[in-house]
Design a protein around this ligand. Structure first.
Ligand code: NI
Length: 312
C-alpha cells in the first residue's frame, strides 16, 4: 500500500513540516546519502552546507553509525539462529498449507505490527517508539528504498525486528507477467541480502493485490504471502487518536496490523504509534514479529482464496 501526496492547506503543511522536523531530529543518525535526501525533502537547502561534510567529522559519523548497527545486526542474527530456525519452520508450514495468511491463530494474546513501503526518513522515529515500548515489528520493505536507507534496516534487525519483501518498486503484480513478478520479488531480496541481512521469508504484495501466480511465485522463492486483518488506513492520515482507538477496539489475538513507514507523509503513523502500543499493552497484548506470531499461534489452514484479488 502507499498513498500519493495530496493537496494540503498551508497551515496543515506547516504543521506537518514541523512534525517532520521533530521526527527527523530524533532520527538524525542516518547515513550520509540519507542526509542529502532529507535535506532536499524538507525544502531548506539554505541550511544544508556541503562544506561541513568535507570537514570529515560529520561525514564519518553516519558511516560509523552504519558500521556499528551492521555489526549489531550480525550479532543478533547469529544469536537468534536457533529461534529463527523454529520460526522459519512455522513459516514453511504455512507456505505448505495455503501459502497465504491474513491472521494467525488465537492461542495467545499476541499481535504483529507491520510497516510497509519503507525504509524511509520516518523509520528511525518508528524504531525509537517500538524500542520505548519493547515492541517487535515486521517491516515490508521496498528494494529500491533499502539502498537509500540502509541504517534503519540494519538497526531494525539489530533491535529484533524482521525485514520482509514488498517488491522492488511497488508495482501491482496482478498486472505483470511471470518473469516480471519473479524479478520484482528477487531484486528486493537481493537488496536485503546485499546488506548482509537475512533473505526475506515473508512477502506482502503491493496494494494487497495478488492472484494465484503471485502467491505461487512467492512460495517458489521460499516466502509466505502475508496480508493483514486490521487496516489502520494510516495513509489517509486520520486523527492519530482515532486511528489508535480503531486498532484497540478491533484487535483480536493473532491480528496482523497494517501501517506504513514510507510512501508518503508518515507523521500520522508516528503520532498514533505510542497510543496504539499503550492501548494494546493495557489490554494485555504482546507485540511480536510475524514469524514469532506464526510460531506461537499457527494459523488456521483455510485462510485466503488465492484467486481473490482484494481491493486495498
Ligand atoms: Ni505498499
Amino acid at each position: 500500500m502507499r498513498d500519493f501526496d495530496d493537496k494540503q492547506s498551508v497551515s496543515t503543511a506547516d504543521h506537518h513540516r514541523r512534525r517532520r522536523l521533530v521526527a527527523l531530529g530524533s532520527a538524525c543518525v542516518v547515513a550520509l546519502g540519507t542526509l542529502v535526501i532529507v535535506a532536499v525533502s524538507v525544502g531548506s537547502p539554505g541550511k544544508w552546507n556541503p562544506q561541513q561534510l568535507e570537514q570529515g567529522a560529520i561525514a564519518e559519523k553516519p558511516k560509523m553509525e552504519l558500521a556499528l548497527q551492521a555489526k549489531a545486526a550480525a550479532l543478533v542474527i547469529a544469536k537468534r539462529k536457533a529461534q529463527t530456525k523454529l520460526e522459519n519452520a512455522a513459516i514453511d508450514q504455512a507456505i505448505q498449507q495455503s501459502g497465504i495468511v491474513s491472521q494467525a491463530g488465537m492461542e495467545n494474546k499476541e499481535v504483529a505490527l507491520t510497516f510497509d513501503d519503507g525504509p524511509s526518513e520516518y523509520t528511525g522515529a518508528i524504531l525509537d517508539t517500538l524500542k520505548k515500548y519493547d515492541a517487535d515489528a515486521t517491516f515490508f520493505t521496498l528494494g529500491n528504498q533499502v539502498g537509500l536507507y540502509p541504517l534503519p534496516m540494519q538497526r531494525a534487525v539489530a533491535e529484533g525486528h524482521v525485514v520482509g519483501n514488498h517488491t522492488w518498486d511497488h508495482q501491482d503484480l496482478t498486472r505483470l507477467g511471470p518473469k516480471d513478478i519473479r524479478t520484482e520479488m528477487s531484486q528486493q531480496a537481493g537488496a536485503v541480502t546485499g546488506k548482509a541481512l537475512p533473505a526475506p521469508k515473508l512477502f506482502r504484495p503491493p496494494y494487497g493485490a495478488y492472484n494465484a501466480a503471485v502467491v505461487a511465485e512467492a512460495r517458489k522463492q521460499g516466502m509466505l504471502t502475508v496480508l493483514w486483518s486490521i487496516d489502520t488506513n494510516d495513509y489517509t492520515r486520520p486523527a492519530p487518536a482515532a486511528m489508535a482507538q480503531q486498532v484497540i477496539d478491533t484487535v483480536q489475538p493473532g491480528a496482523i496490523i497494517l501501517m506504513h513507514d514510507g510512501g508518503g507523509d508518515r507523521t500520522t503513523t508516528s503520532a498514533a504509534l505510542p497510543m496504539i502500543l499503550k492501548g494494546l499493552e493495557k489490554k494485555g497484548y504482546k507485540m511480536v514479529t510475524v514469524p514469532q506470531l506464526l510460531l506461537d499461534n499457527p494459523p488456521a489452514v483455510e485462510q485466503q482464496d488465492v484467486n481473490r484479488t482484494p481491493v486495498a
